[in-house]
Design a binder for this molecule. Sequence first.
Ligand SMILES: [Zn+2]
Length: 185
Amino acid sequence: MEAKFCLACGRELETRDIGGTPRRACPSCSFVHWGDYSIGVGALVMRDGKVLLVRRAQEPGRGYWTNPGGYAEQLERIDETVCREVLEETGVEAVVASVAAVRDQPRAVHNLYVAFSMDYVAGEPVPDGVEVDAAGFYSPEEMETMNVAPFTRWLVDVAFRGRSEGLTVDAEPLVPLPGYGLFRR
Ligand SMILES: [Zn+2]
């Protein structure tokens, strides 16, 4: 869908060539509609050889088992998002260890999904009763008889059979970079 009005001043946008690409841009202020993007995050929390899964109580994907996750807010670091989502959906406390996988999906709202390997800290899984109606740690054998979402199956394979530890959290970067979430090899 094409953007019609300026988000900053409300004027009708025009199509203008910006750096060789036609963009919807405002004729009276500096606003340019670069596109629509969203960032999803997912958690792979392991405990005793099992991974934390939830059963979705809402569309999309109602009835499917998935790993916990959600969308990053505008001013929220993605490692904070994923901790928040795990806690909200299951009551489990976990901390980010590394970036395990990335999935890119260009579409009307271009979505980037970042999956984190997380270390279990505390809490027994209890579903929030709103977004999810069941939660628990499950082994690959147990998952065989569960309605696990296809993308979650892919992520679970990464959790159990990943070929490296991924991009790990850099808590003490070489140079101070305040406000950044940093993950590196
Ligand atoms: Zn404007």
